[in-house]
Design a protein. Structure first.
Length: 528
C-alpha cells in the first residue's frame, strides 16, 4: 500500500489542478511573455540563424531576449494542440501546462529526497512543498520561474544519479547524457542554469578522482549541455561568448526600479533592505517548514554528509549572493524558487526524525511504576506498531495548514502570509499581496454584468486589462484629473505599492472591492 502513495498523491494533485485551472486571472507578466512564445520560432528560419531581427523576441524584446526560450519552444506547440482539441482559451491552456510543469518539478523533488529518505518522509517533503499556498498559486501563473525550478531540479537529480552510477562502476554514459539534456534545457531558460553543473561536479569530484573514464564522462556532460543550451537559445547564435556575458551582466544586475511595498514603506527593487529576502521566506511559507528544515540539518549533516554538502551549497551560495551583493529583488522570493528543493528535502529529514523520536517515546520500555499499573500492557500493545503510522500521520498533518489556506484564498493563493505576519489581513498595506494584479479578471468580469456601458479608466497594466475587455470600453488613465473625468466614470485601481492611496483620485468614492479576507487587491472608484 505504501508504494502506491506517491501515485495517489500525484493523481490527487493533478485532479485538483484540472478542476481549478480555469479560475485564475492572468499575471501581468503573462501576455507579453506568451507573445514571445509565438514569435520565437521565427528565429529558426534559415535567414535568421545568425542575424535574427528583434521581432523574434516578441513585443518586449529588450527584456525577453535575456530569457532563454527553451520552455516556450517545447510548450507552445502543445498549448496550441490542447487549445484546439478542447476549445480552451490560450491563457487558460498555458495555466494548465504550467501547473503540470510544476507537478513534474514536485516529482523531481520527491526523487531527490528519496535518495536519502524512506518513502513516507520523501513524500512528506514533496507534499509540504506542493501544498504551500504561495507555490500553489505560482504553479498556474508563473511561466518564467516554475519551468526553471523544474528543469533545475531535474538537472541536479539526474546529475547526482549519474555521478552515483559512475562511482559504483555501473555504465553511466546514458545517465550523463540525460543529465546533460536537463542541464542544457535549464540553462536555456535562465543563465544561472550552469550552477546545477557546479553542484553535480562538486559531488562527483570529491574526493578528487584520477580515473580517466571519470573525466571522459564529465567532458561529455559539459559539452552536450553547452550544445543543448546553444541550440535552444537563438539570442546566443550571432556571438555566443559576447552575448552570454551580456546576459550575465543584465541578470546579475537587473536594473529595474519597480516600487515594492515592504514593512509599510515603498522601496525600489534595486534598493531593498537586506532583510527583505529572508523575511519573505519566513512569512510566506507555512509555519512547519523552517523548524522541520532545522531538524533536517541536524539529522542529515550526521548521516549523509556528501549529499548534505550539495544541499548546503545549493541554498546557501545563492542566499549568500542575494544578501551580500544586493541584486534587485521583488515579488517575494519567486525569482529564486529553484533554491527551495534542498530546504524541503531537509523538511523530509526533519519529519523522519520527528516520527522516529515519537515512535521511540511511544514504544519505550515501561518504568517500574508503569509496569505496576493495571493497564500498561494493553496500552503498549496498541502502540508498538506506531512508527509507520506516525510517518503517515505527519504526511497528512504537516501540509494541512497549507491546504486550508489554499481553499480559503483560492484563486489568490500566491498572496498567502502565515501567522507571523498576522495572516493575509495582517500583511495588507504592510507587504505586497496580489502584486501581479490577477484580480483584474474578477473585477472586469464583475463590470461586464454591472453597468457595462460605463467607460473604465485603467490605472496601470492596460495590456493585462485588455485580456478581459469583452463588452467594455477601457481607457488608459493618463493626464486626467478628478474634475476632468466624465460624470459616472469608473476607475480601476490595484493596491500594489499602495498605488490607490497614492493616487490623486484617492478621495473618489469606492464602488466595489475585490480581494480575500480583509485584504483588498483591486477596487473600482467612481466619479460622482
Amino acid at each position: 500500500m505504501t508504494r502506491k502513495l506517491p501515485w495517489l498523491f500525484f493523481a490527487l494533485l493533478a485532479l485538483a489542478g484540472l478542476l481549478t485551472f480555469r479560475h485564475y486571472g492572468q499575471s501581468w507578466d503573462e501576455p507579453l511573455f506568451y507573445a514571445y512564445a509565438e514569435a520565437i520560432p521565427a528565429a529558426y528560419a534559415p535567414q535568421n540563424w545568425f542575424n535574427a531581427p528583434e521581432s523574434v523576441y516578441g513585443p518586449s524584446a529588450e527584456d525577453h531576449k535575456y530569457y532563454g526560450p527553451a520552455y516556450l519552444l517545447l510548450a507552445a506547440p502543445l498549448r496550441k494542440a490542447l487549445s484546439a482539441a478542447f476549445d480552451l482559451p490560450a491563457a487558460e491552456t498555458w495555466h494548465l501546462l504550467i501547473f503540470f510543469t510544476f507537478l513534474l518539478g514536485v516529482w523531481f523533488l520527491y526523487r531527490l529526497a528519496r535518495r536519502s529518505l524512506p518513502l513516507p518522509a520523501a513524500l512528506t517533503a514533496a507534499a509540504l512543498f506542493a501544498l504551500q499556498p504561495t507555490l500553489w498559486g505560482h504553479a498556474f501563473l508563473n511561466p518564467k520561474d516554475i519551468p526553471f525550478f523544474t528543469a533545475f531540479t531535474a538537472a541536479v537529480w539526474l546529475g547526482l544519479r549519474a555521478a552515483d552510477r559512475m562511482r559504483n562502476g555501473q555504465p553511466a554514459w546514458g545517465a550523463w547524457a540525460a543529465a546533460a539534456l536537463a542541464l542544457g534545457f535549464a540553462s536555456a531558460i535562465r543563465v544561472i542554469g550552469p550552477f546545477a553543473a557546479l553542484l553535480v561536479l562538486g559531488y562527483s569530484l570529491l574526493p578528487w578522482p584520477s580515473q580517466r573514464p571519470v573525466w571522459r564522462s564529465l567532458l561529455l556532460y559539459a559539452a552536450l549541455s553547452a550544445l543543448v543550451m546553444f541550440l535552444l537559445w537563438p539570442f546566443l547564435w550571432q556571438s555566443p561568448v559576447t552575448r552570454l556575458l551580456e546576459v550575465l551582466r543584465h541578470m546579475s544586475n537587473n536594473p529595474t526600479e519597480l516600487a515594492v511595498l515592504f514593512l509599510g514603506q515603498i522601496f525600489r527593487a534595486n534598493d531593498m533592505p537586506t532583510r527583505y529576502f529572508p523575511q519573505m521566506l519566513l512569512l510566506t511559507l507555512t509555519l512547519p517548514v523552517w523548524p522541520l528544515a532545522a531538524l533536517g540539518v541536524w539529522r542529515m549533516a550526521r548521516l549523509a554528509r556528501r549529499e548534505f554538502a550539495v544541499y548546503a551549497a545549493w541554498f546557501g551560495l545563492i542566499a549568500a549572493y542575494i544578501l551580500l551583493r544586493h541584486p534587485a529583488v521583488y515579488d517575494g522570493f519567486r525569482h529564486f524558487l529553484f533554491i527551495l528543493p534542498p530546504v524541503f528535502a531537509l523538511t523530509g529529514h526533519g519529519a523522519h526524525l520527528l516520527s522516529q523520536k515519537l515512535a521511540d517515546w511511544k514504544t519505550r520500555q515501561p518504568s517500574a511504576r508503569e509496569a505496576a499499573s493495571p493497564r500498561p500492557a494493553a496500552r503498549l500493545r496498541l502502540k508498538v506498531s506506531l512508527p509507520a503510522a506516525l510517518s503517515l500521520l505527519l504526511l497528512i498533518l504537516l501540509p494541512a495548514p497549507g491546504v486550508w489556506s489554499i481553499l480559503r484564498l483560492h484563486p489568490y493563493e500566491y498572496a498567502y502570509y502565515n501567522a507571523l505576519a498576522g495572516g493575509l489581513s495582517g500583511a495588507y498595506r504592510v507587504y505586497e499581496t496580489d502584486y501581479w494584479l490577477t484580480c483584474y479578471r474578477e473585477a472586469l468580469e464583475w463590470a461586464q454584468t454591472n453597468d457595462p456601458q460605463t467607460p473604465i479608466y485603467i490605472q496601470r497594466e492596460m495590456d493585462l486589462a485588455g485580456q478581459y475587455a469583452a463588452g467594455l470600453r477601457l481607457l488608459p488613465l493618463e493626464v486626467e484629473t478628478p474634475t476632468s473625468l466624465p460624470g459616472g466614470a469608473r476607475l480601476l485601481f490595484s493596491t500594489r505599492a499602495n498605488l490607490d492611496q497614492r493616487s490623486i483620485f484617492r478621495n473618489l468614492p469606492v464602488e466595489q472591492t475585490f480581494g480575500r479576507e480583509d485584504a483588498v487587491f483591486c477596487l473600482f472608484r467612481r466619479v460622482e
